[in-house]
Write a protein that binds this ligand. Structure first.
Ligand code: PSV
Ligand code: MN
Length: 397
Protein backbone atom coordinates (compact mmCIF):
# COMPACT_ATOMS: atom_id res chain seq x y z
CA UNK A 1 0.00 0.00 0.00
CA UNK A 2 2.93 2.38 0.46
CA UNK A 3 3.99 4.67 -2.37
CA UNK A 4 0.95 6.42 -3.78
CA UNK A 5 -1.34 8.45 -1.58
CA UNK A 6 -4.47 6.60 -0.62
CA UNK A 7 -7.88 7.90 -1.54
CA UNK A 8 -9.66 9.27 1.53
CA UNK A 9 -13.16 8.22 0.42
CA UNK A 10 -12.07 4.62 -0.08
CA UNK A 11 -10.13 4.76 3.15
CA UNK A 12 -13.21 5.89 5.10
CA UNK A 13 -15.42 3.26 3.44
CA UNK A 14 -13.04 0.41 4.09
CA UNK A 15 -12.66 1.33 7.75
CA UNK A 16 -16.37 1.90 8.26
CA UNK A 17 -15.74 5.45 9.52
CA UNK A 18 -18.59 7.95 9.69
CA UNK A 19 -17.88 10.74 7.19
CA UNK A 20 -20.07 13.27 9.01
CA UNK A 21 -18.29 12.62 12.28
CA UNK A 22 -14.84 12.94 10.72
CA UNK A 23 -15.83 16.20 9.03
CA UNK A 24 -17.42 17.47 12.23
CA UNK A 25 -14.22 16.90 14.16
CA UNK A 26 -12.12 18.70 11.56
CA UNK A 27 -14.55 21.63 11.59
CA UNK A 28 -14.55 21.81 15.37
CA UNK A 29 -10.78 21.84 15.81
CA UNK A 30 -9.71 25.32 16.93
CA UNK A 31 -6.17 26.68 16.69
CA UNK A 32 -5.00 29.81 18.51
CA UNK A 33 -2.51 32.07 16.78
CA UNK A 34 0.05 34.27 18.58
CA UNK A 35 -0.04 38.06 18.38
CA UNK A 36 3.77 38.04 18.23
CA UNK A 37 3.73 35.91 15.10
CA UNK A 38 2.36 38.81 13.08
CA UNK A 39 5.00 41.37 14.04
CA UNK A 40 8.60 41.80 12.98
CA UNK A 41 10.78 39.10 14.45
CA UNK A 42 13.99 37.30 13.68
CA UNK A 43 16.96 35.69 15.31
CA UNK A 44 19.68 37.13 17.52
CA UNK A 45 21.68 37.59 14.34
CA UNK A 46 19.22 39.61 12.32
CA UNK A 47 15.66 40.84 12.10
CA UNK A 48 14.77 41.13 8.41
CA UNK A 49 12.24 43.92 8.57
CA UNK A 50 9.12 43.47 6.48
CA UNK A 51 6.88 46.26 5.29
CA UNK A 52 3.45 46.91 6.73
CA UNK A 53 4.07 45.09 10.00
CA UNK A 54 1.46 45.68 12.74
CA UNK A 55 2.60 48.10 15.41
CA UNK A 56 -0.19 47.80 17.94
CA UNK A 57 -2.26 45.01 19.43
CA UNK A 58 -5.18 46.21 17.31
CA UNK A 59 -3.16 45.84 14.10
CA UNK A 60 -1.95 42.39 15.16
CA UNK A 61 -5.56 41.42 15.82
CA UNK A 62 -6.51 42.66 12.34
CA UNK A 63 -3.88 40.38 10.82
CA UNK A 64 -4.96 37.46 12.99
CA UNK A 65 -8.51 38.17 11.82
CA UNK A 66 -7.38 37.44 8.28
CA UNK A 67 -6.07 34.02 9.28
CA UNK A 68 -9.41 33.28 10.91
CA UNK A 69 -11.36 34.64 7.96
CA UNK A 70 -9.63 32.37 5.45
CA UNK A 71 -9.22 29.23 7.60
CA UNK A 72 -12.37 29.51 9.72
CA UNK A 73 -10.71 27.82 12.68
CA UNK A 74 -8.55 30.45 14.41
CA UNK A 75 -10.90 32.61 16.46
CA UNK A 76 -8.54 33.33 19.37
CA UNK A 77 -5.27 35.20 19.65
CA UNK A 78 -2.67 34.71 22.38
CA UNK A 79 -1.14 37.87 23.81
CA UNK A 80 2.29 38.46 25.34
CA UNK A 81 2.77 41.03 28.10
CA UNK A 82 4.39 43.60 27.91
CA UNK A 83 4.60 43.25 24.09
CA UNK A 84 0.82 43.68 23.94
CA UNK A 85 0.43 45.86 27.00
CA UNK A 86 -2.38 48.38 26.59
CA UNK A 87 -4.29 50.90 28.66
CA UNK A 88 -7.69 49.35 28.27
CA UNK A 89 -7.98 45.57 27.97
CA UNK A 90 -11.77 45.80 27.89
CA UNK A 91 -11.42 47.90 24.75
CA UNK A 92 -8.97 45.39 23.23
CA UNK A 93 -11.42 42.60 23.99
CA UNK A 94 -14.23 44.54 22.29
CA UNK A 95 -11.99 45.33 19.31
CA UNK A 96 -11.23 41.63 18.93
CA UNK A 97 -14.91 40.79 19.20
CA UNK A 98 -15.75 43.14 16.33
CA UNK A 99 -13.29 41.18 14.20
CA UNK A 100 -14.94 37.90 15.18
CA UNK A 101 -12.06 37.11 17.52
CA UNK A 102 -11.39 36.72 21.23
CA UNK A 103 -8.22 37.16 23.24
CA UNK A 104 -6.77 33.77 24.12
CA UNK A 105 -3.94 32.80 26.43
CA UNK A 106 -2.10 35.53 28.30
CA UNK A 107 1.68 35.00 28.23
CA UNK A 108 3.72 36.76 30.91
CA UNK A 109 7.20 37.80 29.89
CA UNK A 110 9.90 37.35 32.49
CA UNK A 111 12.82 37.23 30.11
CA UNK A 112 13.36 40.72 28.78
CA UNK A 113 14.03 43.07 31.63
CA UNK A 114 17.72 43.71 32.50
CA UNK A 115 16.95 42.66 36.09
CA UNK A 116 16.26 39.11 34.91
CA UNK A 117 19.82 38.43 33.79
CA UNK A 118 20.32 35.92 36.62
CA UNK A 119 16.73 34.74 36.65
CA UNK A 120 13.21 35.96 37.30
CA UNK A 121 11.20 34.20 40.00
CA UNK A 122 14.36 32.31 41.01
CA UNK A 123 16.74 35.29 40.92
CA UNK A 124 19.17 35.42 43.87
CA UNK A 125 17.87 38.94 44.62
CA UNK A 126 14.61 38.84 46.57
CA UNK A 127 13.53 42.17 45.06
CA UNK A 128 13.82 40.81 41.53
CA UNK A 129 11.97 37.64 42.50
CA UNK A 130 9.20 39.81 43.88
CA UNK A 131 9.05 41.90 40.73
CA UNK A 132 8.79 38.78 38.54
CA UNK A 133 6.04 37.26 40.66
CA UNK A 134 4.18 40.58 40.64
CA UNK A 135 4.29 40.46 36.84
CA UNK A 136 2.71 36.99 36.89
CA UNK A 137 0.00 38.32 39.18
CA UNK A 138 -0.51 41.30 36.86
CA UNK A 139 -1.05 38.85 33.99
CA UNK A 140 -3.65 36.95 35.99
CA UNK A 141 -5.43 40.30 36.35
CA UNK A 142 -5.16 40.94 32.62
CA UNK A 143 -6.60 37.47 31.89
CA UNK A 144 -9.58 38.41 34.05
CA UNK A 145 -10.11 41.60 32.00
CA UNK A 146 -9.73 39.90 28.61
CA UNK A 147 -11.87 36.93 29.65
CA UNK A 148 -8.99 34.55 28.98
CA UNK A 149 -9.07 31.10 30.51
CA UNK A 150 -5.36 30.37 30.25
CA UNK A 151 -2.18 31.86 31.63
CA UNK A 152 0.63 30.37 29.61
CA UNK A 153 3.91 30.39 31.53
CA UNK A 154 7.31 29.99 30.04
CA UNK A 155 9.95 30.67 32.66
CA UNK A 156 13.22 31.38 30.90
CA UNK A 157 15.19 30.86 34.10
CA UNK A 158 18.38 28.88 34.01
CA UNK A 159 22.15 29.17 34.48
CA UNK A 160 25.14 29.14 32.19
CA UNK A 161 27.84 27.64 34.39
CA UNK A 162 28.32 24.87 36.92
CA UNK A 163 28.26 26.31 40.40
CA UNK A 164 26.42 29.45 39.31
CA UNK A 165 23.41 28.70 41.49
CA UNK A 166 21.83 26.20 43.83
CA UNK A 167 19.40 24.01 41.85
CA UNK A 168 17.29 23.05 44.84
CA UNK A 169 17.05 26.57 46.18
CA UNK A 170 15.80 27.70 42.79
CA UNK A 171 13.32 24.85 42.65
CA UNK A 172 11.88 26.01 45.99
CA UNK A 173 11.61 29.62 44.77
CA UNK A 174 9.91 28.50 41.56
CA UNK A 175 7.39 26.49 43.53
CA UNK A 176 6.71 29.39 45.90
CA UNK A 177 6.04 31.78 43.05
CA UNK A 178 3.76 29.42 41.11
CA UNK A 179 1.76 28.63 44.24
CA UNK A 180 1.31 32.35 44.92
CA UNK A 181 0.12 32.82 41.36
CA UNK A 182 -2.31 29.93 41.67
CA UNK A 183 -3.91 31.59 44.69
CA UNK A 184 -4.46 34.79 42.68
CA UNK A 185 -6.16 32.98 39.81
CA UNK A 186 -9.94 32.62 39.59
CA UNK A 187 -11.58 29.23 39.52
CA UNK A 188 -11.88 28.10 35.93
CA UNK A 189 -8.57 29.71 34.99
CA UNK A 190 -5.62 27.49 34.12
CA UNK A 191 -1.89 27.79 34.52
CA UNK A 192 -0.09 26.13 31.63
CA UNK A 193 3.51 25.32 32.55
CA UNK A 194 5.85 25.18 29.56
CA UNK A 195 9.28 23.55 29.63
CA UNK A 196 12.35 24.05 27.49
CA UNK A 197 15.61 22.12 27.58
CA UNK A 198 17.88 25.06 26.94
CA UNK A 199 18.00 28.66 25.79
CA UNK A 200 18.43 31.40 26.79
CA UNK A 201 20.58 29.59 29.36
CA UNK A 202 22.84 26.79 28.29
CA UNK A 203 23.99 24.92 31.39
CA UNK A 204 20.65 24.27 33.04
CA UNK A 205 17.05 25.38 32.73
CA UNK A 206 14.85 25.49 35.85
CA UNK A 207 11.91 23.83 34.05
CA UNK A 208 13.90 21.76 31.59
CA UNK A 209 11.53 19.00 30.59
CA UNK A 210 7.99 17.65 30.81
CA UNK A 211 8.77 15.75 34.00
CA UNK A 212 9.78 18.92 35.85
CA UNK A 213 6.78 20.80 34.48
CA UNK A 214 4.58 17.91 35.62
CA UNK A 215 6.04 17.98 39.12
CA UNK A 216 5.51 21.75 39.42
CA UNK A 217 1.96 21.38 38.06
CA UNK A 218 1.32 18.70 40.69
CA UNK A 219 2.59 20.95 43.50
CA UNK A 220 0.40 23.82 42.32
CA UNK A 221 -2.74 21.72 42.04
CA UNK A 222 -5.76 21.35 39.80
CA UNK A 223 -5.45 24.61 37.88
CA UNK A 224 -1.97 23.78 36.60
CA UNK A 225 -1.24 21.60 33.61
CA UNK A 226 1.73 21.01 31.32
CA UNK A 227 2.21 22.76 27.99
CA UNK A 228 4.14 20.95 25.27
CA UNK A 229 5.99 23.22 22.86
CA UNK A 230 7.10 21.01 19.98
CA UNK A 231 10.39 22.87 19.65
CA UNK A 232 11.54 22.49 23.24
CA UNK A 233 12.87 18.94 23.34
CA UNK A 234 16.29 17.42 22.90
CA UNK A 235 16.78 15.98 19.42
CA UNK A 236 15.41 12.47 19.13
CA UNK A 237 12.73 12.89 21.83
CA UNK A 238 9.60 10.89 21.26
CA UNK A 239 7.08 13.71 21.66
CA UNK A 240 4.03 11.55 20.92
CA UNK A 241 5.01 9.35 23.84
CA UNK A 242 5.25 12.39 26.14
CA UNK A 243 1.84 13.51 24.88
CA UNK A 244 0.26 10.10 25.55
CA UNK A 245 1.86 9.95 29.00
CA UNK A 246 0.60 13.38 30.05
CA UNK A 247 -2.86 12.66 28.65
CA UNK A 248 -2.97 9.47 30.67
CA UNK A 249 -2.08 11.46 33.80
CA UNK A 250 -4.76 14.06 32.99
CA UNK A 251 -2.15 16.83 32.97
CA UNK A 252 -1.74 17.86 29.33
CA UNK A 253 -3.07 21.39 29.13
CA UNK A 254 -1.71 23.02 26.01
CA UNK A 255 0.34 22.88 22.87
CA UNK A 256 2.67 25.26 21.16
CA UNK A 257 2.92 24.14 17.58
CA UNK A 258 6.05 24.84 15.59
CA UNK A 259 8.85 22.89 13.99
CA UNK A 260 12.41 22.55 15.09
CA UNK A 261 15.15 21.07 13.00
CA UNK A 262 18.00 21.66 15.44
CA UNK A 263 17.44 24.28 18.10
CA UNK A 264 15.11 27.05 17.03
CA UNK A 265 11.40 26.64 17.61
CA UNK A 266 9.93 29.05 15.10
CA UNK A 267 9.69 27.09 11.87
CA UNK A 268 6.33 26.29 10.28
CA UNK A 269 4.76 23.34 12.06
CA UNK A 270 4.78 20.16 9.99
CA UNK A 271 7.26 21.58 7.51
CA UNK A 272 10.16 19.29 8.38
CA UNK A 273 8.55 16.29 10.02
CA UNK A 274 4.85 15.94 9.13
CA UNK A 275 4.88 12.30 10.23
CA UNK A 276 5.79 13.31 13.79
CA UNK A 277 2.95 15.84 13.84
CA UNK A 278 0.54 13.17 12.59
CA UNK A 279 1.71 10.69 15.26
CA UNK A 280 1.11 13.32 17.94
CA UNK A 281 -2.41 13.84 16.59
CA UNK A 282 -2.96 10.09 16.57
CA UNK A 283 -2.47 10.13 20.36
CA UNK A 284 -4.68 13.18 20.80
CA UNK A 285 -7.54 11.81 18.73
CA UNK A 286 -7.33 8.49 20.55
CA UNK A 287 -7.46 10.26 23.91
CA UNK A 288 -10.56 12.20 22.84
CA UNK A 289 -12.32 8.91 22.16
CA UNK A 290 -11.34 7.31 25.46
CA UNK A 291 -13.61 8.21 28.41
CA UNK A 292 -10.59 7.95 30.74
CA UNK A 293 -8.78 10.77 28.94
CA UNK A 294 -11.47 12.67 27.03
CA UNK A 295 -11.88 15.26 29.80
CA UNK A 296 -8.21 16.22 29.67
CA UNK A 297 -8.07 16.03 25.85
CA UNK A 298 -11.13 18.26 25.59
CA UNK A 299 -9.47 21.04 27.62
CA UNK A 300 -6.25 21.26 25.61
CA UNK A 301 -5.42 24.69 24.23
CA UNK A 302 -3.94 24.27 20.76
CA UNK A 303 -1.75 27.24 19.98
CA UNK A 304 0.81 28.09 17.36
CA UNK A 305 4.01 29.59 18.74
CA UNK A 306 6.01 30.74 15.75
CA UNK A 307 7.76 34.04 15.08
CA UNK A 308 8.63 33.76 11.45
CA UNK A 309 11.89 35.20 10.30
CA UNK A 310 12.07 35.12 6.49
CA UNK A 311 8.47 34.24 5.61
CA UNK A 312 5.59 36.68 5.03
CA UNK A 313 3.76 36.48 8.35
CA UNK A 314 0.10 35.91 7.49
CA UNK A 315 0.69 33.30 4.75
CA UNK A 316 3.15 31.50 7.05
CA UNK A 317 0.46 31.35 9.71
CA UNK A 318 -2.13 30.10 7.21
CA UNK A 319 0.29 27.41 6.02
CA UNK A 320 0.81 26.33 9.63
CA UNK A 321 -2.93 26.00 10.18
CA UNK A 322 -3.33 23.93 6.99
CA UNK A 323 -0.48 21.62 8.03
CA UNK A 324 -2.10 21.09 11.43
CA UNK A 325 -5.47 20.33 9.83
CA UNK A 326 -3.88 17.79 7.49
CA UNK A 327 -2.17 15.99 10.36
CA UNK A 328 -5.40 16.01 12.37
CA UNK A 329 -7.53 14.71 9.50
CA UNK A 330 -5.07 11.90 8.78
CA UNK A 331 -5.06 10.91 12.44
CA UNK A 332 -8.85 10.63 12.29
CA UNK A 333 -8.42 8.01 9.57
CA UNK A 334 -6.35 5.55 11.60
CA UNK A 335 -8.16 2.22 11.69
CA UNK A 336 -8.16 1.74 15.45
CA UNK A 337 -9.82 -1.66 15.37
CA UNK A 338 -7.23 -3.03 12.99
CA UNK A 339 -4.44 -1.38 14.97
CA UNK A 340 -5.60 -2.86 18.28
CA UNK A 341 -5.88 -6.27 16.67
CA UNK A 342 -2.36 -6.07 15.25
CA UNK A 343 -0.99 -4.83 18.58
CA UNK A 344 -2.76 -7.66 20.40
CA UNK A 345 -1.26 -10.25 18.11
CA UNK A 346 2.18 -8.68 18.36
CA UNK A 347 2.11 -8.15 14.62
CA UNK A 348 4.63 -5.34 14.47
CA UNK A 349 4.56 -4.84 10.72
CA UNK A 350 0.75 -4.83 10.45
CA UNK A 351 0.51 -2.31 13.30
CA UNK A 352 3.07 -0.01 11.74
CA UNK A 353 1.44 -0.33 8.30
CA UNK A 354 -1.93 0.57 9.80
CA UNK A 355 -0.61 3.87 11.11
CA UNK A 356 1.36 4.56 7.94
CA UNK A 357 -1.70 3.92 5.71
CA UNK A 358 -3.57 6.73 7.44
CA UNK A 359 -0.60 9.04 7.04
CA UNK A 360 -0.33 8.19 3.34
CA UNK A 361 -3.94 9.12 2.68
CA UNK A 362 -4.41 12.34 0.74
CA UNK A 363 -6.82 14.32 2.92
CA UNK A 364 -6.60 17.55 0.95
CA UNK A 365 -9.83 16.89 -1.02
CA UNK A 366 -11.59 16.05 2.27
CA UNK A 367 -10.39 19.34 3.78
CA UNK A 368 -11.52 21.24 0.69
CA UNK A 369 -15.02 19.77 1.09
CA UNK A 370 -15.04 20.63 4.78
CA UNK A 371 -14.11 24.23 3.97
CA UNK A 372 -16.83 24.53 1.38
CA UNK A 373 -19.33 23.28 3.92
CA UNK A 374 -18.02 25.92 6.35
CA UNK A 375 -18.66 28.59 3.73
CA UNK A 376 -15.01 29.46 3.16
CA UNK A 377 -12.79 29.11 0.14
CA UNK A 378 -11.47 25.53 -0.27
CA UNK A 379 -8.03 27.04 -0.92
CA UNK A 380 -7.40 29.39 2.05
CA UNK A 381 -3.88 30.33 0.98
CA UNK A 382 -4.85 31.18 -2.59
CA UNK A 383 -7.92 33.07 -1.44
CA UNK A 384 -5.87 35.12 1.03
CA UNK A 385 -3.19 35.95 -1.54
CA UNK A 386 -5.87 37.03 -4.02
CA UNK A 387 -7.66 39.15 -1.43
CA UNK A 388 -5.26 42.10 -1.70
CA UNK A 389 -4.77 42.33 2.08
CA UNK A 390 -0.97 42.00 1.78
CA UNK A 391 -0.90 45.08 -0.44
CA UNK A 392 -3.29 46.93 1.84
CA UNK A 393 -0.95 46.31 4.79
CA UNK A 394 1.72 48.42 3.13
CA UNK A 395 -0.35 51.52 3.80
CA UNK A 396 0.57 51.12 7.46
CA UNK A 397 4.01 52.37 6.53
C1 PSV B 1 10.08 30.35 24.30
O1 PSV B 1 10.95 29.84 23.34
C2 PSV B 1 8.63 30.33 23.81
O2 PSV B 1 8.34 29.07 23.28
C3 PSV B 1 7.67 30.70 24.92
O3 PSV B 1 6.42 30.09 24.70
C4 PSV B 1 7.57 32.17 24.74
O4 PSV B 1 6.47 32.73 25.38
C5 PSV B 1 7.49 32.25 23.21
O5 PSV B 1 8.45 31.28 22.80
C6 PSV B 1 7.73 33.59 22.60
O6 PSV B 1 9.03 34.04 22.87
MN1 MN C 1 6.35 28.25 23.34
Amino acid sequence: MSGDSLNWERSLREKGLDLRKVKGRVKGFRIETPSWGYADSGTRFKVFKQQGMPRTLEEKLEDAGQVHKFTGVCPTVAIHIPWDKCDDYGKAKAFAKDLGLAIGAVNPNVFQEPEYMLGSVVNPDAGVRRRATEHLLECAGIARLTGSRDLSLWMSDGTNYPGQADFRQRKAWMEESLIELDKAMDDGMRMLIEYKTFEPSFYHTDIADWGMAYVFAGKVGDKAEVLVDLGHHPLGSNIEHIVAFLLDEGKLGGFHFNNKKYADDDLIVGSVNPYELFLIFTELVKAEDDPATSGCAGRIAYMIDQSHCIEPKIPAMIRSVLNIQEAHAKALLVDRGRLAEAQGKGDVLAAEACVKDAFDTDVRPLLAEVREEMGIDPDPMGAYLRSGYEKGKLARG
